[in-house]
Design a protein around this ligand. Structure first.
Ligand code: HEC
Length: 163
């Protein structure tokens, strides 16, 4: 159900006349109308999921996070059973030990890291992956803006748990 919502939202985001496809959009500038399939139940479940995060992530903006995820989408899928791309599938990210995706060949750095993913660890990783875990192979400079990271983490919380 959520992946359907996501697909609809992505399709809507991609259909402006001069906009590139969502997967290529580098900057989070679009204003997205809520997808028609965002029922009260879907919105309530989403709000509950974000509220379960510790502060300040529990105050995050899902829609803003969805736009920040445009920077990750070419390399990562979030849905159950979706393929690994350049980066691993991130389904069920929260609470998992590093290097958890089946069938993905990780760097020794990520394989040897000894922690589980939560909002705070994701925040450190996404701010500056290279400094946080030297030797990792994620070719991504980082999300500098704290609010963007907070929103992105809430979006990941919702979407990586969707069935
Ligand atoms: C250019 C491709 C690319 C981009 C862009 C990218 N990643 Fe990654 N990501 C990777 C690769 C490759 C790895 C595995 C790195 C390794 O093995 O050292 C990874 C690993 C991860 C992991 C660790 C997964 C695990 O199993 O422990 C997380 C979490 C993650 N990325 C989140 C993100 C998020 C969120 C974004 C967007 C802000 C992003 N990545 C952008 C390629 C990418």
């Amino acid at each position: 159900m959520r992946s359907l919502v996501f697909a609809v939202a992505a399709a809507l985001a991609a259909c402006g006349p001069s906009q590139p496809p969502a997967s290529e959009a580098p900057a989070p500038t679009e204003t997205a109308a809520p997808a028609p399939s965002e029922t009260p139940e879907v919105l309530a479940a989403r709000a509950a999921s974000i509220a379960s995060l510790p502060a300040p992530y529990n105050e995050a903006n899902y829609e803003a996070g969805r736009r920040v995820f445009a920077q990750c989408r070419s390399c990562h899928t979030l849905e159950a059973g979706a393929p690994n791309r350049v980066g691993p599938n991130l389904h069920r990210l929260f609470g998992r030990q590093t290097a958890f995706a089946e069938g993905f060949t990780y760097s020794p750095a990520l394989q040897g890291a000894n922690f589980t993913w939560d909002a705070a660890q994701l925040d450190n990783w996404l701010a500056n992956p290279r400094d946080f875990l030297p030797g990792n192979r994620m070719a991504f400079a980082g999300v500098r803006d704290e609010t963007q990271r907070r929103d992105l983490i809430a979006y990941l919380k919702v979407e990586t748990a969707a069935e």
